[in-house]
Design a protein around this ligand. Structure first.
Ligand code: BG6
Length: 508
């Protein structure tokens, strides 16, 4: 793999959770794999005061707590820590950006980092605009002496209007090719593997359409609650936090046409077409098509778990959804009439992300089934954990007559390679440094996704009588979500953390 050009990476919000849990451990892993530039410095920037030494110590602690690398030793962490320094920046004070510019100039001279800068906004989204304006005001968007890249974490806006405004403001200062909008799900190996599964194997393509597929289900469940993020989450909710970005991007990859090449825009154009083909959910259909829920306090494995409204920084009468299940259609030739079901929630029984393709049943049932329920062929693409692919199909049970049983054929990603699967942030940071924007959301994708989400958000706002169902923490969400599945006796799959099991009996 090629080494990126020399550069300085500036992380705004460097003392925050994202930097310590994800970015710094990912950069550390890239360093161990020798995938950082020959000459690179990482400059933490933020509102708090740290000396360089204090910042380095803090980041080494983060690596010890959150790195996925097995063999950590002082020599490795110290040689990484030597790349780090820190500057205090008040995001609202343009003079501080003048100081930042001076500091970058000095670091660049002393470490020969090639005059290239990447700015990573790992801050609350409310300050993206101010930071970007101040960077541009200080002349730090100008690319005459090296490249200038701007990375924005999600959420990018909180509705269509705010996303358009932010895009508009950024485009007045920087080009779209300088902007990288992170959706970390796109950095997951197994999400990229959707493309390989579909487009490297000839057997799937002829079946991948309305003639053979009955329905598609995408689940992204989490066992954790909102943890320390109550104040952000309470103004966001599951629809904005997970559906607008991660789940719609996964829908795009599952449903898109084959791209003409793997060029960033070829892939992104196909995802965009799917987002543009989503049939809008009308206000009057929201109660039937979109189920929202909020977790309530419960006892999980002997431990009392607070309800969402009891969480820190959450309003005691909060109407924010921590669970969403919805049905929608994609209006194009491939998918006309095929329902897509997506669901996401916090405090569910397991952390699982998977895509389930349900194939249509045979038109005539010849055989007697061992199980009472009629099953269909299913292809399950497991994004996490126990990453892999499972195909479920019917086989004859040994013995007289034709009794059939649904069986599994499974592939586990861990069997493919002996090495650790790189984290999403490793992949994304490496891609930014090497200038590959394929796995980043383009402005039109983000806006089109908001266009689909906004009417639902608005319907909830305008019609408080639309029910917000409670569900006990540790369960699969409100049972009303089962009612949105079309067809007698059909239900969601209830996955376990191990790919091959589902239903009530899961390995703990
Ligand atoms: C983030 C959301 O984008 O994704 C979080 O803001 C969520 O609320 C997280 O917990 C889930 O990511 P992962 O990689 O753990 O599935």
């Amino acid at each position: 793999m090629k080494k990126p050009d020399n550069l300085i990476l500036i992380i705004f919000g460097a003392s925050g959770d994202l930097a310590s849990r994800k970015l710094i451990p990912a950069l550390f892993s890239l360093k161990l794999q020798e995938l950082l530039p020959e000459k690179m410095m990482i400059l933490g920037a933020g509102r708090f005061h740290f000396t360089d030494e204090e910042f380095r110590e803090k980041m080494v602690e983060s690596i010890k707590s959150f790195s996925e690398e097995k063999e950590l030793d002082d020599q490795k962490t110290e040689s990484f820590a030597a790349l780090l320094s820190y500057i205090r920046v008040d995001y609202n004070d343009s003079r501080d950006f003048g100081e930042l510019k001076k500091k970058l100039y000095e670091v660049d001279k002393s470490h020969s980092t090639g005059g290239n800068y990447i700015f990573y906004m790992a801050t609350p989204p409310g300050v993206y605009k101010t930071i970007s304006e101040n960077l541009a005001g200080a002349g730090l968007a100008d690319q005459s002496e090296g490249f200038r890249i701007f990375i924005y974490e999600k959420p990018f806006g909180n509705d269509l209007e705010s996303a358009m405004n932010l895009n508009h403001i950024l485009h007045e200062m920087i080009g779209e090719d300088q902007i990288y909008r992170i959706d970390h799900y796109l950095g997951k190996e197994t999400v990229q593997n959707i493309l390989v599964t579909r487009f490297a194997n000839g057997i799937f393509e002829p079946l991948w359409n309305r003639n053979y597929i009955h329905r598609v289900e995408i689940t992204s469940s989490e066992s954790i609650g909102v943890e320390e993020r109550g104040s952000y989450y309470d103004s966001s909710g599951a629809l904005r936090d997970m559906v607008q970005n991660h789940l719609l991007q996964m829908t795009g990859l599952t449903a898109m046409e084959p791209p003409s090449s793997l060029e960033p825009d070829a892939v992104r154009n196909e995802i965009l077409k799917i987002l543009q083909s989503l049939q809008p959910v009308r206000e009057e259909d929201v109660p039937q098509q979109v189920i929202r829920g909020q977790y309530t306090g419960s006892l999980i494995r002997g431990e009392c778990v607070p309800g969402y409204r009891e969480e820190k920084d959450v309003a005691a009468d909060s109407m924010t959804e921590t669970y969403v299940a919805m049905k929608f259609f994609i209006n194009n030739w491939r998918w006309g009439g095929v329902p897509f079901y997506i669901r996401t929630g916090k405090r569910m029984p397991a952390r699982v992300t998977e895509i389930v393709i349900y194939f249509k049943r045979t038109p005539h049932h010849l055989f007697q089934r061992v199980e009472k329920v009629l099953t269909s062929n299913m292809l399950i693409i497991r994004i996490q954990p126990d990453e892999g692919i499972l195909f479920k199909f019917d086989m004859k049970e040994p013995g007289s007559g034709f009794k059939i049983k649904n069986v599994n054929m499974d592939f586990h990603y861990k069997d493919l390679a002996d090495t650790r699967v790189p984290s999403a942030y490793e992949r994304l940071l490496y891609d930014v440094m090497t200038g590959d924007s394929t796995l980043f959301a383009r402005n039109d994708e983000v806006e089109t996704a908001w266009k689909f989400i906004d009417p639902i958000q608005l319907a909830w706002k305008n019609n408080p009588e639309i029910k917000l169902y409670g569900y006990p923490a540790g369960t699969w969400g409100p049972s009303n979500a089962n009612e949105i599945i079309e067809g007698c006796g059909l239900d969601w799959r209830f996955p376990c953390k191990n790919l091959t099991d589902d239903s009530s009996f899961c390995e703990l």
